[in-house]
Write a protein that binds this ligand. Structure first.
Ligand SMILES: [Zn+2]
Length: 385
């Protein structure tokens, strides 16, 4: 297959509607075939249900110490969004490339694939690796098994660049996170007999009040130096969806809600989860003292380590050199960078586009940002040559 421009690659990638709930295999097949046609072997790590795969590849000497460029292949749905043009076709309007995933983050994926093929054609002295994950948008669950599979097959890269949209700034820290789906199981009685029943809604309210209390405490205490880099400069607890109950005069049999922690580096998502689960155990015991059938069932559905700013980190040094950006940037959203860091890579977030565009109707990537990304890749290739 002829060598494609980064722009052509972007158009190809966007044409695959890789919404997280659907398969990404057509995209992975295509990328694998494209890389193979340029003499680059890829490896897959399969999702356990066989509907998705992550893809990784290596160019250059088979030795450790290279750079890995990493992005996710999945995108958020377009359901209920009123797009001006087909979201799965890249359209150029007003200096912008419009299409689902152009910004988050197929723009970077296209640049990374472009750079890998260029590295193969031009030759590099230090290795360049590509890692494309799935299921990032539903809680960064695809990257950890991909990273483990990659470490089993390829020499370990020294630095990982995760190209989430950062306007090509070097983002060296982000919050971690963890989330639960909570199912509170009450016991239905007529509400006039309240003490004989258990209202799942009212018990859920205790848990949600606990979030409010922790937020107030976190906000009131002085921020650590690390936390002070973030806005807001503390760990937050949030519940974004709830439903339950059947009638005004029946104690609710069921209440379901979701909750998330966004944890500043220096604190551990696991510690927060342990504390929450201890409180849940207390509430559950009180419910079961009234009705043994009552229960609280927790399902942990995401778990993302924070990206902790590194002291003279390799990835940060490299990206600062290539972008000329010497300021400090941290963000409050989670990425796969924390997972790479937890697996022993020096890691940083740097990619084209503005996170404000992510997930939006008429999502776009400015041409100037895409060009800045291309310039970055050119410099990276010179660095590795
Ligand atoms: Zn993303």
């Amino acid at each position: 297959m002829q060598r494609l421009s980064a722009r052509d690659l972007l158009e190809r990638l966007v044409s695959f509607p890789t919404v997280s709930r659907d398969t990404n295999l057509p995209l992975v097949d295509w990328v694998e075939g494209y890389l193979a046609s340029h003499g680059i072997a890829s490896h897959r790590h399969w999702h356990e249900d066989g509907t998705k795969a992550a893809l990784f590849a290596h160019v250059g000497p088979m030795e450790a110490g290279g750079i890995v460029l990493s992005g996710h292949t999945d995108v958020v749905p377009v359901d209920g969004q009123n797009w001006t043009s087909d979201p799965w076709v890249v359209v150029e309007r007003d200096g912008r490339l419009c299409g689902r995933g152009t910004c988050d983050m197929k723009g970077f994926d296209a640049l990374a694939i472009w750079a890998l093929v260029e590295a193969k054609a031009r030759g590099v002295r230090r290795p360049l690796q590509l890692a494309l994950s799935y299921d990032e948008e539903i809680g960064c669950t695809g990257a950890p098994p991909m990273i483990a599979a990659m470490q089993a097959v390829l020499p370990q890269a020294a630095a990982a660049i995760i190209g989430e949209p950062s306007r090509m700034k070097a983002v060296n820290g982000h919050k971690g996170g963890a989330g639960y789906r909570v199912h509170v199981k009450g016991f239905e009685v007529h509400s006039s007999l309240l003490p004989q029943g258990v209202s799942a809604i009212m018990e859920a309210a205790r848990l949600i009040c606990w979030f409010n209390d922790r937020n107030a405490e976190n906000q009131a205490k002085p921020a650590s130096a690390m936390a002070a880099l973030f806005d807001p400069p503390f760990t937050t607890l949030h519940s974004g969806m709830i439903n339950g109950g059947t009638a005004h005069n029946i104690t609710a049999g069921d209440c379901r809600f979701v909750m998330e922690f966004r944890v500043v580096p220096g604190e551990s998502p696991q510690d927060w989860c342990t504390e929450f689960e201890a409180y849940v155990a207390k509430v559950r015991a009180a419910m079961q003292a009234v009705r043994p059938e009552a229960d609280i069932v927790l399902e942990r559905f995401f778990d993302v380590p924070p990206l902790t700013p590194e002291v003279s980190g390799h990835a940060e040094g490299l990206v600062r050199r290539l972008t000329g950006d010497n300021a400090t940037h941290v963000v409050s959203y989670g990425t796969e960078a924390g997972q790479f860091q937890a697996a022993g890579y020096s890691a940083i977030v740097c990619g084209p586009g503005d996170i404000a565009q992510a997930h939006q109707v008429d999502e776009y990537l400015e041409l100037s940002e895409f060009q800045a990304g291309l310039d970055f890749m050119e410099k990276l290739l010179s660095e590795l040559a």
